[in-house]
Design a protein around this ligand. Structure first.
Ligand SMILES: Cc1cc2nc3c(=O)[nH]c(=O)nc-3n(C[C@H](O)[C@H](O)[C@H](O)COP(=O)(O)OP(=O)(O)OC[C@H]3O[C@@H](n4cnc5c(N)ncnc54)[C@H](O)[C@@H]3O)c2cc1C
Length: 302
C-alpha cells in the first residue's frame, strides 16, 4: 500500500557508510553532549509504579533505573517479552491486548553475480510469485557506493511474509531468488551466482492484519507518565515502518517535553499527500467502512 501511495519515494535512498557510523554514533554523541547517557546491553523486564500510579523507574535484571517518564521503543515481540515478566503491565488491559498482535517472517538475501545485468530501476517491488509473499529487490551497484565498481551485479532481495520460505535450505532459497529475479529481468537467467547470503528474521516485521488495529497501542497509556513508540503505535502522521517508528518516537518525546515543560519540541515533517488513485481508494474504503461500522465496529482501518 505505502509503495503505491508514494511511488517516487520508493526509489530508496541508502546511507553513505554504515548506519552505525553515520547515524547512531553521532546521535549517541549528541545525547551525551546534552547530558544523557546511553546504556547498552540492558534489557528492561519490568516497570516500577509508585503509590500514585505513576511510573518511577524500570527494572533491568538486577538493576533498577529511576525515571520521571518512560518511553517504550521496542517491537511487538520485545514488548510481549516485557509483558510476560511484568505483573504490573499484565494488570493493564491495553498491554494485555498486545498478545493479539504479531509479526511476519522476513527473509533477506544478497546475491553476487559474475556479470553486470542491466536492471531498469534500482528499486523494485514484486508481487504474484507466491500467494502471500511480497518482495523487493535492489540493484546495489546503483545504490551503494561500495558496490558501484564491482564487476558483477550485487542484488539485495527481501521477502516479506516469507513464513513458508524460512524452513528452506540456503541453497533452495537462493535458487528460488535467482529464478524469481530471472522472471523479472531475463539477464539473471544466464548470469552465474558467485556468492550469496541468507538472513532469516522470524516475526521480524509488524503484521498489520485486518482486525489488529483495535489492539495496537496509543502513544499514551493508562500510566500517565508511560508512553509508547514504534512502527505499531497508532499515529495520525501517515508514515510506515522505520519512518513511523521514528515519528512516533518524536511524538512520545514531545509528550514528555510538554508534560515537564522542559526542552524543545521536535519538529515533525508531515508526509506528502497520497497519490490520486490511493486517495480515491481511501474514499471508497471510508464510505464502505462507515456503512459497515454498525455491523463490525472497531474492525476497519482508520
Ligand atoms: C529484513 C527487514 C527489512 C526491513 N526493511 C525495511 C525497509 O526497507 N524500510 C522500512 O521502513 N522498514 C523496514 N523494515 C522494518 C523496520 O526495521 C522497522 O519498522 C523498524 O526497525 C522499527 O523500529 P523500532 O525502533 O520501533 O523497533 P526495532 O528496530 O525493533 O528496535 C527495538 C530495539 O529495542 C531493543 N529491545 C527489545 N526489547 C528490549 C528490552 N526489553 N529492553 C531494552 N531494549 C529492548 C531491541 O534490541 C532493538 O534494538 C525491515 C525489517 C526487517 C526485519
Amino acid at each position: 500500500y505505502f509503495i503505491l501511495a508514494h511511488q517516487p519515494d520508493f526509489d530508496v535512498v541508502w546511507c553513505r557508510g554504515t548506519v552505525a557510523k553515520m547515524i547512531f554514533k553521532p546521535w549517541v554523541e549528541q545525547i551525551e553532549k546534552a547530558g544523557g547517557k546511553v546504556l547498552t546491553n540492558k534489557r528492561v523486564n519490568d516497570i516500577i509504579i509508585d503509590h500514585t500510579g505513576k511510573a518511577k523507574g524500570v527494572i533491568c535484571g538486577d538493576e533498577c533505573f529511576e525515571a520521571d517518564a518512560v518511553i517504550f521503543a521496542v517491537s511487538i515481540n520485545g514488548m510481549k517479552k516485557i509483558l510476560q515478566s511484568s505483573t504490573m503491565l499484565q494488570s493493564r488491559k491495553e498491554f494485555r491486548n498486545l498478545m493479539n498482535l504479531g509479526g511476519i517472517d522476513v527473509l533477506s538475501t544478497r546475491l553476487w553475480f559474475d556479470r553486470k545485468v542491466e536492471i531498469r530501476h534500482p528499486s523494485n517491488a514484486c508481487f504474484g510469485f507466491d500467494a502471500t509473499t511480497g518482495w523487493t529487490f535492489f540493484d546495489l551497484n546503483a545504490l551503494h557506493d561500495e558496490y558501484r565498481d564491482e564487476p558483477g551485479s550485487v542484488i539485495e532481495a527481501d521477502f516479506y511474509h516469507a513464513n513458508q520460505l524460512l524452513p528452506l535450505s540456503d541453497q533452495q532459497i537462493i535458487q528460488k531468488v535467482q529464478r524469481d529475479l530471472g522472471t523479472c529481468v531475463s539477464g539473471f537467467r544466464e548470469a552465474n551466482l558467485i556468492d550469496s547470503t541468507v538472513i532469516r528474521v522470524p516475526q521480524g516485521v509488524t503484521h498489520f492484519a485486518p482486525g489488529s488495529y483495535q489492539y495496537m497501542m496509543q502513544r499514551t497509556t493508562s500510566i500517565e507518565n508511560v508512553f509508547m513508540s514504534g512502527d505499531w503505535i497508532i499515529t495520525r502522521h501517515g508514515s510506515w515502518s522505520q519512518e513511523k517508528a521514528y515519528v512516533t518516537g518524536l511524538e512520545a518525546a514531545n509528550l514528555v517535553i510538554r508534560r515537564f515543560r522542559q526542552g524543545n519540541l521536535a519538529k515533525i515533517i508531515p508526509v506528502d499527500a497520497d497519490e490520486f488513485h490511493i486517495q480515491v481508494t481511501r474514499k471508497i474504503n471510508k464510505t464502505v467502512r462507515e456503512f459497515g461500522q454498525t455491523l463490525f465496529s472497531n474492525f476497519w482501518l482508520p
